[in-house]
Design a protein. Sequence first.
Length: 149
Amino acid sequence: MASKHNDPLHNFHEHVYITDKCWLWTACLDKDGYGVGAINTKKIAAHRISWLLYHGDIKDGHYILHNCHNPSCVNPLHLRQGTQYDNIQDQIKLGTNVGKRKITALLNPDKVRYIRTSNKSIIELSTELSVSKHCIWDALHKRSWKDVN
C-alpha cells in the first residue's frame, strides 16, 4: 500500500483550504498571488497541479485559466484550459492588463526583435527597457512572443 507521502492528491490537499466556492492554496504564493507547488521537485503553479490531478493533461501552449479570477484558487471546477489570447481577453474584460508589469503590455514586436538581436546582457536589456529580467529571458528564449521572428 502506498504511503500518504507518495500520494499526489493527498499532498495537494494538505495545502488547500476549501471554502463554499474557492479552494484556496495555503502554501507558497508568487508575487501575483498564484499558488506554487511542485511535481517531482519541479516548481509548477498550484492551479496547474489541480488541473493535472482532476482533469488530466494540459495541451501544449495552453494556460489554465480561472473562471473565478482568484489567483490562489485551485478548485478544479473553477479552472479551464485556454490560449494566451483567451488569457489576454480575460485580462481586458477585467481591466487587469492595464498599467501592470505584464509582457503583453510592456513589449512589442520591435522591442522583442531588438532583444533577440542584441549583444547586451539580460540585466542590461532589463534596465534599458524597464522590464524584469524574467520578461527579457522569456522573450529571448521564445517562451513569450513565439510568433515574432
